[in-house]
Design a protein around this ligand. Structure first.
Ligand code: ADP
Ligand code: MG
Length: 487
């Protein structure tokens, strides 16, 4: 069955869990460094190795980051909370339990606005956000015989973000992950890198007959290292579940693995029920009380958020959806654009410069906007030069801009003047140039004189070359036509 055929009969229901590794210097409950890519088993200590008698110490940064995210997602911040132990046995979990939050997650409720598959706004309700610690990492494919364990990751702080089962298809899940990744990056709490595993996503999928009120049995798919793989896994799983039901089978509560090479999911293990974990309050950490003052302080220091900027660009600056989406894709680009529009009111031109010359320069040189040499104010000056018709658009993009990148301490007007790039409207100068060109191209001149209008472009090119692009195109066209009849 194809996905399209399945969707005529079944309605998918999807909920997502994201684990975001936090950008703290040290781990969640110990002083070990939190650092990706270190030599295996070097960022460890008796605490992260789970030695008996060691005591955890809570990293307050985790709390700060959790509240930041909660406020950005309009969640309710829990004022009195504690930590819980979630008990299970894994080789990469040396303590035999994970410190997490069960009954008192740091945030409850809230929502994130995304686009649905048709481009309409949709609100994704969050169930909860809670703080917990990561486990170590087992590698089964490095050594041919043994599983290797790296405990550098054990104890790295995580926020787990759980949504309500409100997604209807893979595209919505894709858009949500793009939005969440943007959000954690704008907040500077997680680098959002799915390839390196610093943002991970578990997908819960079920299907039910169209019109049914009761959700079907869900399966969980783990281990996707890109946002597009999440979409693929969901679509694969919807079709697989329909196959199971249509052949009279029963969907099992299980955890499955996504194989990016085949695009298929494979059963990994039967999923535990919550009661198997035997949660209980963590006795080694004190309960936390969060004051309103603290929440206010975090709120005051929140940066501009991508969705707010998007709305501002569309509603106030009257930019297109396409422009606003591109400008808010990364925090760096948005901040640069914010600075640019502090110096020019020509928002459309500012957007075009960002997405045109600036982005191509960054792409060609494999640079981030943070490394872009030109100050925003100078791009605004360049826009003004064009508005005042002192330089034309192609001189600005092809001459002044490249010069400015090489000489960022200079400024556009200086550059245009000293290179003779200021548009010349002085007819006599352009006339002399045209007469010379007519003389040097007698054949073309003859044809042009006899009415071959398409040669206008040829002569315009010659004039521009001679005058370094600084001839006023309108004056030039008029003079070409006038002189053709006079010379
Ligand atoms: P667990 O720890 O078992 O993964 P969580 O409460 O952390 O449980 O996450 C459950 C996730 O599954 C949530 O995102 C929720 O929206 C989703 N979910 C619950 N029931 C269904 C269902 N029938 N179909 C699809 N998703 C579901
Ligand atoms: Mg879970």
């Amino acid at each position: 069955m194809t996905l399209e055929e399945v969707l005529k009969k079944y309605e998918p229901v999807i909920g997502l869990e994201i684990h975001a590794q936090l950008l703290t210097n040290s781990k969640a409950y110990s002083r070990d460094a939190n650092e990706f890519g270190a030599v295996p088993n070097t960022n460890i200590s008796p605490t992260s190795l789970g030695h008996p008698g060691t005591l955890p110490k809570f990293n307050g940064k985790t709390l700060n980051y959790g509240i930041k995210l909660g406020l950005a997602c309009h969640s309710e911040i829990t004022r009195d909370m504690h930590f819980d132990r979630k008990n299970y046995f894994y080789p990469d979990l040396p303590k035999g339990y994970q410190i997490t939050q069960d009954k008192t997650p740091i945030c409850t409720g809230g929502y994130v606005l995304i686009k649905d598959a048709n481009g309409n706004e949709k609100s994704i309700e969050l169930t909860r956000i809670h703080m917990e610690e990561d486990s170590g990492k087992s590698s089964h494919d490095i050594d041919p015989f043994d599983t290797l364990i790296d405990l550098n990751r054990a104890g790295v702080p995580l926020l787990e973000i759980v949504t309500e089962p409100v997604f209807k298809n893979g595209k919505e899940a894709y858009n949500y992950l793009i939005e969440m990744r943007k959000l954690v990056r704008y907040l500077d709490i997680c680098d959002g890198n799915m390839e390196e595993g610093s943002m991970r996503c578990d997908v819960n999928v079920s299907i039910m007959p169209i019109g049914s009120k009761e959700f079907g049995q869900r399966v969980e798919v783990k281990n996707m290292n890109s946002i597009s793989n999440v979409e693929k896994a969901i679509e694969y799983e919807i079709v697989r579940l329909a196959g199971v039901l249509d052949s009279g089978g029963k969907v099992l509560q299980e955890t499955r693995n996504f194989d990016a090479n085949t695009g298929e999911t494979i059963a990994l293990r039967k999923k535990e029920d919550a009661h198997d974990y035997r949660y209980f309050p963590e006795p080694d950490l004190t309960a936390l009380h969060i004051t309103q003052d603290y929440i206010n302080e975090v709120k005051k220091n929140l940066p501009a958020l991508p969705n707010d900027l998007y709305k501002k660009y569309v509603n106030e600056l009257k930019l297109s959806d396409y422009d606003a989406t591109n400008l808010t894709e990364s925090k760096g680009i948005a901040l640069y654009f914010e600075e640019l529009i502090a110096h020019t009111k020509n928002f459309k031109a500012a957007a075009n410069w960002m997405m045109g010359s600036v982005k191509s320069y960054l792409n060609q040189n494999a640079l981030e906007i943070e490394d872009f040499p030109i100050e925003a104010e100078k791009i605004a000056q360049l826009i003004q030069l064009i508005e005042e018709e002192k330089v034309n658009n192609s001189v600005a993009t092809q001459k002044v801009f490249p010069f400015l990148v090489m000489n960022p301490e200079s400024n556009p007007i200086q550059i245009a003047e000293s290179n003779g790039w200021i548009t010349k409207t002085d007819s006599s100068e352009i006339e002399n140039v045209i007469i010379n060109i007519f003389k040097n191209n007698p054949d073309e001149f003859e044809r042009f004189k006899n009415g071959e209008k398409k040669l206008t472009g040829f002569f315009m090119g010659q004039v521009m070359r001679e005058m370094k692009g600084a001839a006023d195109p309108k004056t030039t066209t008029q003079l070409l036509n006038k002189l053709a009849n006079e010379v």
